[in-house]
Design a protein around this ligand. Structure first.
Ligand code: BTN
Length: 325
């Protein structure tokens, strides 16, 4: 294990640890301890230091723990997932996109990490991924039906995510088509759906979920859109392991429901969470902008927009950006 990771493990109890103590416990020099602290801060971990006392995290830290995640998934769904967690990856989506080329079966491969060096968002944006404070989770899904159903998985994932957050006590979760999860109109979680080609005619999806759990202070310097996190939305700190378990549980339920019944049974649920329902919004395309009033989604998960001239148009999810007008 790297020195930086060993330092996190010692610091996670929220007590003060002097440089000397850390150096002795890890059998390294104090300069090496300082280097590790510096590198962790650069990865976004908030480490306080007090002269004469040492280093301390602002609060206790529960590291990702795949055993705990699995234990909190209902037994009937547990064997549908194979989980791995890492201290650092470039991106959990990238990891699975590479990994499942060599090894993939019907079980959903789940990958989590404490920190992403190149977290990716939609439309080529970066996804800020500070160490240990949020959830960065990706999973594979083998879809055996029509490729036309693939874009709908974005919306279904957003619904599963909203349900998980509600079950953990977060109220007023909103959705923005196609798959932003909001609270108070600020971004709480994002979803990145990518295709990793086909295997024997099945679509292999890689779905990445980033949930803002407890953003470090000063994160606004690194994020160029209004955002919030679970600790602000609920006033409490929640376990990332329990959150991951709930998300995977709901994903399994919603995905099976979608594959057996389609989107129709979820239209109402979407509408009740739609943060922009009945509001005038702008859809931005590479070379034009369309304005209209949001009228919900159809059975394919397409957006329904009522234009000023009375026409109703549908838009498939893709590289469209929806903005409040
Ligand atoms: C968005 O722009 O709203 C989508 C954000 C998706 C972020 C998650 S974090 C886990 C996974 N790995 C990535 O690099 N991106 C997704």
């Amino acid at each position: 294990m790297s020195t930086t990771n060993s330092v996190v493990i010692l610091l996670r109890d929220n007590n003060f640890h002097s440089g000397e103590e850390l150096a002795e416990l890890l059998g390294i020099s104090r300069a090496a301890v300082w280097k590790a602290i510096h590198s962790l801060r650069k990865k976004g971990l908030d480490i306080h230091s007090v002269r004469g006392k040492g280093y301390r995290l602002p609060r206790k830290m529960e590291l990702l723990d795949k055993t705990l995640i699995l234990k909190n998934i209902p037994p009937a769904l547990r064997d549908k997932f194979q989980i791995q967690s890492h201290f650092e990856l470039s991106s959990t989506n990238d990891f699975l996109l590479k990994y499942i080329k060599q090894d993939f079966n019907d079980i959903s491969q789940v990958c989590l990490t404490e920190h992403q060096t190149h977290g990716r968002g939609r439309r080529g944006r970066a996804w800020y991924s500070p160490f240990g404070s949020n959830l960065y989770l990706s999973f594979t899904w083998r879809h055996k039906q029509s490729p036309q159903a693939v874009p709908g998985f974005s919306l279904v994932t957003a619904l599963a995510l909203a349900k998980s957050l509600e079950l953990l006590g977060i109220n007023n979760v909103g959705l923005k088509w196609p798959n932003d999860v909001l609270w108070n109109r600020k971004k709480l979680a994002g979803i990145l759906l990518e295709l990793n080609g086909e295997a024997h005619g099945d679509q292999i999806l890689v779905i990445g979920i980033g949930v803002n759990v407890d953003m470090p202070e000063n994160s606004e310097e690194s994020i160029n859109q209004p955002y919030t996190d679970i600790s602000k939305a609920s006033g409490k700190l929640i376990s990332r392991n329990l959150l991951a378990a709930e998300i995977l549980t709901q994903v399994a339920k919603y995905f099976h429901m979608y594959e057996s019944e389609g989107m129709s049974s979820m239209i109402q649920e979407w509408q009740s969470h739609d943060a922009y329902f009945n509001e005038v919004v702008e859809l931005t395309f590479p070379n034009q902008t369309i304005k209209g009033k949001v009228a919900g989604i159809d059975e394919h998960g397409s957006l329904l927009l009522d234009l000023k001239d009375g026409r109703r148009r549908t838009f498939q999810s893709g590289e469209i950006s929806l903005r409040a007008h």
